[in-house]
Write a protein that binds this ligand. Structure first.
Ligand SMILES: Nc1ncnc2c1ncn2[C@@H]1O[C@H](COP(=O)(O)OP(=O)(O)OP(=O)(O)O)[C@@H](O)[C@H]1O
Ligand SMILES: [Mg+2]
Length: 445
């Protein structure tokens, strides 16, 4: 048996419809057959009465009786004729009988006129059965036409009745993984409501669990930041201490490790803060200003690496969001471009308006991302199949979540050409009207 509810309902109802159709068809066939036989008997009786009253002669064509019906009249005379077939008919009493005549089974009506002469009206039983069978078959026509219509209506009704369930599944499927808003109970069939209530309960418990987890990550990252900063300071202090060269090397490695741990904590905190931030505190943010501020922050690093970082195009454009988050998103993308571009390379930045969108484009001349990695690049902790630089693998997942939350999109594509490699990151955000008086504008730095 099929495991689909729709399939089961359809198979079950089809079986019921077919069974009902067969039973009613069989009964109506039998009834119609009997009726047709009785009707033919009454025709024989009528013919008999006409002949008996003398209004029709037996050698006349019987008017109103179909030639196909093969109704025949045999005059038997006034006295029996021995052992002939007529004689055998004579031996029957007046009325209806079934008898053999000319080697055929016949329905026979015997009548005696007032003058004592007798006659028989005959009709072959096989002809009668054929006629009755045909008539009875015709009564099956409406039923056989009705069955496909009923099956079609059943399929439509089932599909319509199950539509709320299909819609519900579609709603759940198209949700973002972290979307825990309850499913609407209104306008759903009452049978589905306990089911929806259970799903909503589950969603609520999952949301609680996720909130707890996020809070734990945020708290842990926050709590760890202070001791790590203190440890970093202690390591810095060692610079002023007179140490042998081998110890200095270890201290340098220690400081690097501290910086990496601090970076991981910062990224975890950014992720946790973003997840925990209530939506709805958006303000108009000048994207171009934020990008300029981030670029100013990374200039020392680009100068050290000998990377040519510049603006290809920068238009004043604003988007709506939380300024710290937008800055985190921009910083992560520019940081990647600078970090993965080898010394002597280029990073070109563009901020522009395209229709109703604010577009941020960052192109670098680094190695790009392996094609197999592109699909997984936004997963947390994914650092590519050939990680070269230090990193947490959290940067792009933070970028993706922030952009999704702002109702935008982010795409990474490899730049390839003759003797040219690199990565192009394109972020599209809904542009905001910076003149809007109701929203406070903000610039970082
Ligand atoms: N501009 C780029 N060029 C080449 N590879 C990149 C670039 N940006 C990202 N990647 C690849 O994608 C991986 C994931 O990037 P992501 O920003 O998420 O993490 P990360 O940079 O390793 O760590 P973090 O951002 O926390 O410092 C990187 O490890 C790197 O392999
Ligand atoms: Mg990164």
């Amino acid at each position: 048996m099929t495991s689909s509810l729709r399939g089961r309902l359809f198979v079950g109802l089809t079986a019921v419809i077919l069974l009902a159709g067969c039973i009613s068809g069989a009964f109506s066939y039998l009834w119609a057959f009997d009726e047709a036989i009785e009707m033919q008997d009454s025709v024989l009786i009528q013919v008999g009465s006409l002949l008996q009253s003398g209004s029709v002669k037996s050698d006349q064509t019987l008017r109103g009786v179909d030639a196909d019906a093969e109704v025949d009249v045999v005059e038997l005379g006034t006295a029996p004729r021995g052992r002939t077939e007529e004689g055998q008919l004579w031996s029957l009493q007046d009325g209806l009988h079934v008898a053999s005549f000319t080697d055929r089974s016949m329905r026979v009506l015997l009548r005696t006129r007032l003058d004592g002469s007798r006659f028989a009206v005959l009709q072959p039983t096989d002809v009668r059965d054929d006629i009755a069978g045909n008539m009875a078959l015709r009564t099956l026509l409406p039923i056989t036409a009705l069955i496909p219509c009923l099956l079609l209506v059943t399929a439509l009704v089932i599909a319509r009745s199950l539509r709320p369930m299909v819609r519900l599944a579609g709603d759940l499927d198209s949700r973002r993984v972290d979307d825990m808003t309850p499913l609407p109970l209104a306008a759903t069939p009452s049978e589905l409501q306990p089911f929806i209530a259970s799903i909503n309960g589950l969603l609520q418990r999952m949301k609680l669990l996720m909130d707890q987890q996020r809070r734990f990550v945020a708290d842990a990252a926050h709590e760890l930041r202070t001791p790590i900063t203190a440890l970093g300071l202690q390591a810095e202090n060692l610079d002023s201490v007179d140490l042998p060269e081998s110890a200095r090397e270890r201290v340098a490695a220690l400081k690097e490790g501290m910086a990496r741990t601090k970076h991981l904590l910062e990224q975890l905190l950014a992720l946790a803060r973003h997840e925990a931030a209530p939506s709805g505190d958006a303000v108009v943010v000048p994207l171009d200003r934020i990008v300029k501020d981030v670029v100013a922050d990374v200039l020392p690093e680009t100068a050290r690496k000998g990377i040519d970082l510049g603006f290809e195009l920068i238009e004043p454009i604003a988007t709506a969001g939380e300024p710290v988050m937008i800055a985190t998103m921009v910083r992560n993308l520019i940081d990647n471009a600078v970090r993965f571009t080898p010394p002597g390379g280029r990073v070109d930045i563009g901020v522009l308006r395209e229709g109703s969108e604010a577009v941020l484009q960052i192109e670098d001349t680094g190695p790009g991302v392996a094609p197999d990695d592109i699909d997984r690049i936004f997963e947390p902790f994914f650092r590519g199949s050939r990680p070269t630089e230090d990193g947490t693998g959290l940067g792009l997942s933070i970028v993706k979540r922030i952009v999704d939350r702002l109702g935008g999109s982010v795409v990474l594509e490899n730049i390839s050409g003759p003797a040219l490699t690199g990565l192009r990151a394109i972020v599209r955000l809904p542009a905001a009207n910076s003149c809007s008086a109701s929203i406070r504008t903000h610039a970082t730095g």
